[in-house]
Write a protein that binds this ligand. Structure first.
Ligand code: DP6
Length: 446
């Protein structure tokens, strides 16, 4: 390495994912090896993603990481975003929070990826790194989620996947996405599924070293692009029991978890793969809903019991169940992770519009909330729902299919906001330097 002043960096974007056959329980806590296979849908990163910039320089004296987008209430005018939280609309200042990398999950990912680093040369910048240099060179990492952290929206999945993917690009690692998934898995289990777009399976594997516990793509995002996903963010608060400790307690105490892992999930995995392959929405819905409900049943079967869903979650389930039954064939699938948020998958755009109308009728925003901040993501759907102009939810009539099926319109403020999205692509490098989160001269957060 000749000139010692350079900073070499890469920025990448990685999606989050939602499991439709759940991972719940580890057989190895350190390597993060699961007790069953799982299947997920990758969500469009335009609406939900993590962006991470990783940098290396001989001038860095230690590995450091910042979470950009840590938010706090502030009236300052520079660098502000407008975010709707549970009931209030705040002006928030984006700040950079340095976090510790000493935890074993970070350390395991960094060690694994460093050991696979290759030679890197950028003549223009005077950068020349040899394979062996990665062990001693220090890294700067900055990461940002475009959605609330720990709101039950699988932020750790996108976060660890993005860390591993961006470092692999920076270090010229030759491994394929499945091999990278085995590294991301050691940061957070569900992260391994975010290395691919579309429909993804995490194979539990059988080896003790975890080398065969990897994610594989079942189908890309174009395979079933009729699907529309609406997420009801029921609460933006920190989850009460983390997935990690919740699943540990379930493994220790729930007999239902043992039965699920041995007898139930293996059959469901085969059926779900078939449903995805054939775009069989009826089977897809039946399997997703039952599997989500069984995962929450395992949580109840845990001692002490874990409650992730709340009354609003249950009301949303009733709405969807009754609608599906009245139609004769399933229109909408639901699934809930370790929190009260509902992830609703509509069979097509027309159904999604009806679903949104029904949701807005039963879960209207507080009176002073602007519709464009109540329905975020792909909110072009508001136009189709007749809610982009003067029309307000007060004038909204729920579609006849949904009307009269659930209680009255009295759920104001129970849903913080909705995110409209779809199945999406896997990780990508962002070549545009202006999107980098670290300063190209100093390697410090912008
Ligand atoms: C309910 O991947 O967050 O979302 O491996 O301990 O980091 P750790 O857990 P995590 O668990 C996710 C559980 C889930 C179901 C799923 O995504 O499959």
């Amino acid at each position: 390495m000749a000139a010692e002043k350079w900073v070499y960096m890469v920025t990448a974007q990685t999606p989050t994912n939602i499991a439709v056959i759940k991972y719940w329980g580890k057989r190895d806590e350190v390597r993060i090896l699961p007790v069953n296979d799982s299947i997920s849908v990758t969500l469009d990163p335009d609406h939900l993603c993590t962006v991470t910039t990783v940098a290396v320089s001989p001038a860095f004296d230690r590995d450091r990481m910042w979470l950009n987008g840590k938010t706090k209430k502030h009236s300052c005018e520079k660098s502000v975003i407008h975010l709707v939280t549970e009931s209030v609309s705040y002006i928030l200042l984006i700040e950079n929070l340095e976090i510790s990398l000493s935890g074993s999950r970070y350390q395991n990912c960094l060690r694994e990826i460093r050991s696979r680093g290759g030679d890197v040369e950028d003549r223009e910048k005077g950068v020349k790194i040899e394979k062996k240099d990665w062990e001693r060179l220090n890294l700067h990492i900055a990461s940002h989620n475009n959605f609330p952290t720990a709101a039950g929206l699988a932020s750790s999945a996108a976060g660890f996947a993005c860390l591993v993917f961006s470092l692999a690009k920076l270090m010229n690692v030759e491994e394929d996405p499945s091999q990278l998934s085995a590294i991301a898995r050691q940061g957070s289990g569900s992260a391994c599924r975010s290395l691919f777009g579309g429909f993804v399976k995490w194979k539990m594997g059988s080896k003790d070293d975890g080398s065969d516990s990897v994610a594989v793509q079942l189908a890309d995002e174009k395979h079933w692009d009729d699907l529309v996903i609406i997420i009801a963010v029921v609460s933006s608060r920190q989850k009460e029991t983390s997935s990690t400790s919740g699943m540990r307690e379930s493994v220790e105490t729930s007999l239902l978890l043992q039965h699920r892992a041995k007898e139930v999930v293996p059959k469901r995995i085969v059926q779900m793969e078939e449903a995805i392959k054939n775009r069989d929405f009826a089977s897809f819905t039946q399997l997703s809903c039952t599997d989500s409900n069984q995962f929450h049943a395992v949580c109840l079967d845990t001692s002490p019991p874990i409650f992730y869903m709340n009354d609003t979650s249950h009301r949303i389930i009733s709405l969807v169940e009754k609608w599906n039954r009245s139609e004769g064939t399933p229109q909408v699938a639901y699934t809930f992770d370790a929190g009260p948020n509902a992830v609703l998958i509509a069979r097509n755009r027309k159904v999604a519009v009806q679903l949104l109308q029904g949701l807005l009728y039963y879960f209207p925003p507080k009176s002073d909330t602007d519709m464009k901040s109540y329905v975020v993501g792909d909110n072009s759907i508001l136009k189709e729902a007749g809610l982009d102009g003067e029309n307000s939810v007060e004038n909204l009539q729920p579609p006849p299919e949904i009307k009269d099926n659930i209680g009255t319109q009295d759920q104001k403020g129970e849903v913080s906001y909705f995110i409209c999205t779809r199945p999406g692509r896997g990780p990508v490098v962002l070549p545009d330097q202006t999107q980098a989160l670290l300063d190209p001269e100093t390697g410090l957060p912008k």
